[in-house]
Design a protein around this ligand. Sequence first.
Ligand SMILES: N[C@@H](CCC(=O)N[C@@H](CS)C(=O)NCC(=O)O)C(=O)O
Length: 214
Amino acid sequence: MKLYNFAPAANALRVEMFLNEKNIQLETVQVNVREDEIFKEPYNTMNPFNCVPFLELDDGTVISETISICRYLESIYPTPSLFGENSKNEAIIDMWNRRIELDGFLPLLHSVRNKTSFFAGKVVPGTRNKMKQSPELVIRGIEMFKILLNRINPHLEHNQFISGEKFSIADITGHFMLHLSKILKIDLKKEYVNVFRWQMELEKRTSNPINNLM
Ligand SMILES: N[C@@H](CCC(=O)N[C@@H](CS)C(=O)NCC(=O)O)C(=O)O
């Protein structure tokens, strides 16, 4: 099994944090998406969605999508469990992961891609075209994130982690959502104290791969 990744990319780092939490070592190939290697062969054929991360199994099957890769690895390396240990926990963790990913991580990802000049010509992940960056999408992404913040801030007053007492895949998604909010210079400390406390806790984890990038 081989993981195709690119260390600085947010989704690549999500998988890396998952591997660190489980202490899994995988053979990894760095695909430099910044230099468009992802559009060259064999990568273009392996993942025609032209994104990292993706996982190649020994029989040649390719699995892409961050959460799908992590789910597959969880089934092979079940402990510590990051997707839940029983039907109820699994559903609750999945619920939180979806809320964080759909209502926070993705809106902010689009804010960053529509704002930073680095992403001009690449506003949709895995594409190179003339689609224009849209300042309205930057604002909309931040507004959507704030709706989520207003919902999770009270929840985090009584819950150490987003899905309860145990760290899970939903916290990994949350960590990278909050990382994107830092890139956009959104201040959480004053208005969203519980989210800020959660952010500090996630940043301190030894599995946090962002610590190794600095
Ligand atoms: N839906 C995919 C998205 C993956 C994705 O957006 N990957 C980005 C890096 S964070 C990428 O490879 N972008 C390549 C590019 O736009 O050039 C997932 O969840 O894994």
